[in-house]
Design a binder for this molecule. Sequence first.
Ligand code: NAP
Length: 265
Amino acid sequence: MTIRVAIAGCRGKMGKEAVKTVVNQEGMELVAALDYKHVGESLAELEMFPPDLNVPIYLNLSQLIEDTKPDVLIDLTSPQAVYEHAKEALLHNVRPVVGTTGFTDEQLEELIQLAEDKQVGCIIAPNFAIGAVLMMKFAKEAAKYLPHVEIIELHHDRKLDAPSGTAKKTAQMIAEVREEQKQGHPLEKETMDGARGADFEGMRIHSVRLPGLVAHQEVIFGGEGQLLTIRHDSFNRESFMDGIVYCVNKVMELDKLIYGLENIL
Ligand code: NAP
């Protein structure tokens, strides 16, 4: 069976790579693109794509679904757009595979409920890179023994949300095994706002944004006389593509929402 795939965010850094991946993937067909520019054109008319890529571009997701009947919608857009896209897709029984980060906890809860009510599969993966998923798993294991931990995530300076979805997810996974505790000196005081980073149950998360970076994260554990650093680097967007292919296949078997690749690997 061929899986019919639509992609939202095709012109973006991730989207472009995902188009290439889906088009070259056996068992998948790219049937439509969702965008708010170039509406009514086809991807073939955009310079960045091959001239024979006759895939229509839609503004309206319901129309896209009615006309092209996708099984899966891959979303690689922005924190402002992704929630509505995922909700609309689920309401139409189209399975979302979401890489876009920046959901609020309330939005996530709503989508989990909607997917359950509709019994439609959905995967939201803050990080599609297998190495990053392993980093999170290893960090959770290390936190059982070394509960003093800080997370430093580093991304390119076009990223809209901070901290990254991966950093938040890492902190949540660590929190499952680590009792909430304040770190640092009990009397410590910031003399400049934000100096100690964001606070998640006493763990500190620091976000670095610089041109030249792609997606990187260090989880640093401190103990008496020792330091453990777990680090993952994505040097290019290709590092995310195996995870996307895996999720598009996997979501076809699901009837609920899964948050995080580590829960299905
Ligand atoms: P990007 O280069 O800015 O691409 C986003 C694309 O979405 C742009 O082409 C943008 O168009 C388009 N867009 C914005 N709003 C839209 C809407 N309402 N409908 C359709 N298209 C819309 O960003 P990126 O680096 O590719 O990243 C995209 C998302 O994936 C971000 O949230 C990022 O954090 C996330 N990400 C996830 C992973 C993962 O492994 N899960 C890895 C890397 C990145 P304009 O530029 O014209 O506004």
